[in-house]
Design a protein around this ligand. Structure first.
Ligand code: PLP
Length: 399
């Protein structure tokens, strides 16, 4: 008989979004005249910027001509996009990268999931709690032992260094779901810890474009020594509305080394290149052209307007929640607000009350991990009109 990877039996079934969907549907069925505002969604709502759309059209037309048709590209990505990334996303922050340290992909989620291919299953992994579930579940699938790092309100949701030393540490800042960002000093503590203990940090900066605070780093490589201990994942999804188009990239510095079973040092950059050239045939050419257009002067200006729009929503939410006496965190360097359920309510009780009293839908924090109990995530990705209306409705909320 064929055997399955039994680790899949160890995954806990995620009922979070299906349960939310069911409860909302049931409420809608018994209250057909009510308009529900969904503030739980983690997807963007504004369309692609015109610079990206224009380039998609041009690049698609090129594909229809014998003189400009482009088939398989380099697995690591086209040089035009790699150079645009280095010049626009890193050099202005004083970070120098070699072209062969940048790997273009079809999104951060795939790279975050696939990176485990080059790392032994014997590594002990640390993830925050609450957490973006991909870090946790992909390691359960691989059969790695996982240490949880609780992120508590009393610590402003910044995790403490673990007592047991992990080999791999996932950090996501600005954070999904808490919306909290790490300052340079706070991140430097983790970089120092990783260097001292020869651990690897997998740093997810999918939300770096939302940072507004000066003391918050956009890249982990702004921290001294990070090139020796960190891989960084980035995405065009939340930066430029590419959630449907799909494009991301991963930085694997040439200095990064890990040990093999014979005690020899191996380059993680070389291993990731080997993994990608074997299992991946590159992101779509047309999409890479659109991503390059996002990084042009015009494109940057246009996507900035979208991000400012969402961050204006975040500000409306933050102020609105404070006005009605609800404590919330985040929303300054990220599009997420982490709202404390009042009166000791559980995440799900708060979810139900917001749905029935205000017709507003959030995401129960406990769905992101046990330490998320008692919180609820709201996002700034809705329209400004709906955000204002949601805040207005919150005024009728009482414990
Ligand atoms: N990382 C985090 C923290 C996210 O919240 C998301 C998407 O919600 C991703 C990565 C996925 O990015 P992509 O759309 O590029 O796969």
């Amino acid at each position: 008989m064929i055997r399955i990877n039994n680790n899949f039996n160890r995954l806990s079934e995620s009922y979070l979004f299906s349960t939310i969907g069911r409860r909302v549907r049931e409420f809608e069925e018994s209250n057909p005249n009510v308009r529900i505002i969904k503030m739980g969604i983690g997807d963007v709502t504004l369309p692609l910027c015109s610079a990206a759309v224009h380039e998609l059209v041009i690049a698609s037309q090129e594909q229809g001509s014998i003189t400009s048709f482009c088939g398989y590209g380099p697995e690591q990505g086209h040089q035009f996009l790699i150079e645009a990334i280095i010049e626009n996303d890193y050099l202005p922050r004083g970070i120098k990268l070699h072209n062969n340290e940048v790997f273009i992909s079809d999104g951060a989620k795939s790279d975050i999931g696939n990176i485990g291919d080059i790392l032994s299953v014997d590594n002990v992994v640390a993830v925050t709690d609450p957490v973006y579930p991909v870090y946790y579940d992909t390691n359960v699938m691989a059969g790695r032992r996982i240490i949880k790092l609780p992120c508590l309100e009393t610590d402003n949701f910044i995790p403490h260094l673990p007592k047991e030393i992990p080999n791999i540490i996932y950090l996501c800042y600005p954070n999904n779901p808490t919306g909290i960002a790490m300052t340079r000093d706070q991140l430097a503590v983790w970089v120092d810890f990783a260097r001292q203990n020869k651990s690897l940090i997998l740093f997810d900066s999918a939300y770096e474009a939302y940072i507004t605070s000066n003391d918050v780093p956009h890249s982990i490589y702004e921290i001294d020594g990070a090139r020796e201990c960190a891989i960084e994942f980035r995405s065009f999804s939340k930066t430029a509305g590419f959630t449907g188009l799909r494009c991301g990239y991963t930085i694997v510095p040439l200095e990064l080394k890990a040990i093999d079973a014979d005690g020899h040092m191996a380059s993680l950059n070389a291993l990731w290149r080997r993994r990608q050239t074997t299992k991946f045939n590159g992101a779509s050419y047309v999409v890479q052209r659109a991503a390059t257009a996002v990084l042009s002067g015009k494109g940057r200006q246009q996507v900035r307007q979208c991000i400012d729009y969402y961050m204006h929503n975040a500000e409306i939410l933050r102020r609105g929640l404070a006005e009605v006496g609800l404590s919330s965190y985040g929303g300054i360097d990220s599009p997420y607000l982490w709202v404390k359920a009042p009166g000791g309510m559980s995440s799900w009780e708060f979810f139900d009350r917001l749905l029935t009293d205000c017709h507003v839908v959030g995401t129960p924090g406990v769905g992101f991990g046990d330490a998320g109990e008692g919180f609820l995530r709201l996002t700034a990705f809705n329209s400004c009109e709906n955000t204002l209306e949601a805040v207005n409705r919150l005024k009728s909320f009482s414990i």
